[in-house]
Write a protein that binds this ligand. Structure first.
Ligand code: AMP
Ligand code: MG
Length: 523
């Protein structure tokens, strides 16, 4: 019998919508609406993350029960669960979109584990809420597999992220027009249980500011501070202005660290709307995300973004800053002068620059960046792009280059085709010579350099085609590959002999296949 202790502070300390249930509506003067998950026909657990179950003190024996599948499909509530959808707004693709809210995500409550940590449970795809607008509140299996796997892969890569406890098939079909081309089809449905200390987004603040509800905006900020940033709440207990200023700077700093990690591992979020930005600086809302295969700063995995490429890989640091500016704009009414907010945004730039610099140095095996290094690194990235080189494969190969006798040999596997490899070989060799000189000047022993690089450069990332293979198999009734990938992604920096297949560059068949190179928001 599942036994979790709940303490639902978001619900108990912030005002809610007086109406319960899923009737679609605009919700004013409230941070949440009570709504129950809509039960599904035949819940079946396809996968779970044991590490996340452990965070919640859920024993293995309980995971194996039908009760577990029912609870995490939304068919059954445990004592202490009090389900609600949060009200938030957001800027989508650069434009204010008004009220959005949890349209298909339903929070079950806040678990307090034996260690005293607070973990909020949220079902995605659990049925419509007041914020569902015209949509069905459901999620398809393919996008649920992607969210489940990527949340955990990111965690094991050391990237701040929401977690995923479970992936449950619903036994129901969901109608989706994957390409928005007028050809909808039925697909299997699923529910993922996401887990995070908080699911508050920039958009929770923006919606209140957009409605001029400064009093509730202040309450939400103070609630967030007290629950999710207790160190700051305590340190600046006597001064509300300083407390809020320090908090905003902290949000900026955490966001900067998160995006620096994305850039390090080659992750492209794909929909960096402000409703998809966590106030804790966690990667949230895994939709049409992607992983850079052949290095290209202009690549976006999201077909909806193909035109403007707002959310392309190389633009993410700027977009995060823009999103923080939206948050600052929303918070402005709480500050007598704009300086603290401006200083917070400045912190974003400082922290991003420092963090990314340190990560870039580690990727190339340098102890620290010197002033001439920027050019050397920029040249490498330029070459990677021109010669169509796999980003992940390149950095793992680079660690194997012998700096006493540098050659292209350890990098060959990372090239996508022979012609550009031959054309750019002299340029690469020239670069490698200068790179090796630079490393010799630093005098770090080869094994130490390799260890440093292999700790910053994953061997295994959840390449889009790998996730798609797992999806294809699962749709045919075999969820085994999901578990296999989950296990591979558990140790992304280790060599894992025998699992070379999962470290290979994207195969040619996947180059233009849906789900592998292009993804839509239809999920
Ligand atoms: P996203 O692009 O996934 O961040 O979603 C943007 C907004 O649309 C959020 O308010 C979601 O809750 C809502 N939404 C997306 N898909 C659905 C769906 N199938 N049913 C209800 N709401 C949805
Ligand atoms: Mg979203």
């Amino acid at each position: 019998m599942l036994n979790l202790r709940f303490d639902n502070r978001y619900l108990n300390e912030l005002p809610g919508d007086p109406e319960a249930g899923p009737r679609r509506r605009q919700v004013h003067g409230a941070c949440w609406s009570r709504v129950r998950p809509t039960p599904v026909a035949a819940p079946r657990l396809l996968a779970h993350a044991p590490e996340v179950a452990a965070l919640l003190d859920i024993p293995d024996a309980d995971v194996a029960t039908q009760e577990f599948a029912e609870v995490f499909a939304g068919n059954r509530l445990l004592p202490g669960m009090d389900p609600y959808a949060a009200c938030y707004g957001g800027h989508q693709f650069g434009n204010w979109a008004g009220q959005l809210g949890d349209g298909r995500a339903i929070n079950l409550g806040e678990v307090v584990n034996r260690a005293g940590q607070r973990w909020e449970l949220q079902l995605k795809g659990a049925g419509p809420t007041p914020y569902a607008r015209r949509a069905d509140g459901r999620a398809v299996l393919r996008s649920s597999i992607r969210e489940f796997l990527c949340s955990e892969a990111m965690h094991h890569l050391g990237v701040p992220t929401t977690r995923a406890l479970s992936l449950v098939a619903t036994g129901e079909e969901v109608l989706r027009d994957m390409f928005y081309d007028g050809n909808p089809r039925y697909e299997p449905g699923a529910v993922v249980c996401r887990v995070a200390p908080s699911f508050i987004r920039f958009g929770n603040f923006e919606i209140l500011a957009s409605r001029g509800d400064t009093a509730l905006l202040g309450r939400l900020v103070d609630f967030t501070l007290a629950r999710d940033f207790p160190e700051i709440a305590v340190e600046f207990a006597g001064d509300a202005q300083q407390r809020r200023a320090r908090w905003f700077a902290e949000v900026c700093e955490r966001t900067a660290r998160m995006v620096a990690h994305w850039m390090r591992v080659g992750f492209v979020h794909g929909v960096m709307n402000t409703d998809n930005m966590s106030i804790l600086g966690l990667t949230i809302d895994y939709g049409p995300y992607g992983w850079v295969d052949d290095y290209d700063p202009d690549w976006t995995p999201n077909t909806t973004d193909a035109e403007g490429r707002r959310y392309r890989y190389g633009h993410q640091p700027q977009v995060a800053h823009w999103n923080l500016s939206c948050l600052a704009g929303a918070l402005a009414a709480l500050f007598p002068t704009p300086e603290p907010l401006e200083q917070g945004l400045e912190r974003y730039i400082e922290v991003y620059t420092t963090e990314y610099g340190a990560m870039a140095a580690a990727k190339f095996g340098l102890g620290r960046l010197e002033k001439d290094d920027a050019g050397l690194l920029a040249e490498a990235f330029e070459l990677l792009q021109r010669a169509q080189v796999d980003m992940t494969g390149f950095f793992r190969g680079l660690a194997e280059v012998d700096i006493e006798a540098p050659s292209l040999a350890p990098l060959r596997e990372a090239f996508y085709s022979a012609e550009p490899m031959h054309r750019y070989a002299p340029a690469f060799e020239n670069w490698l010579t200068r790179y090796a000189e630079r490393l010799r000047r630093e005098g770090v022993p080869q094994p130490e350099r390799r260890a440093r690089m292999n700790a910053a450069n994953p061997r295994f990332v959840l390449r889009n085609y790998l996730a798609q293979e797992a999806i294809d198999l699962a749709e045919q009734g075999d969820p085994g590959r999901i578990l296999e990938l989950l296990d591979v992604m558990r140790r992304p920096y280790d060599a894992q002999p025998g699992r070379e297949r999962y470290a290979e560059r994207r195969p040619d068949w996947a180059r233009h296949r849906a789900g592998c190179s292009m993804l839509s928001c239809s999920s």
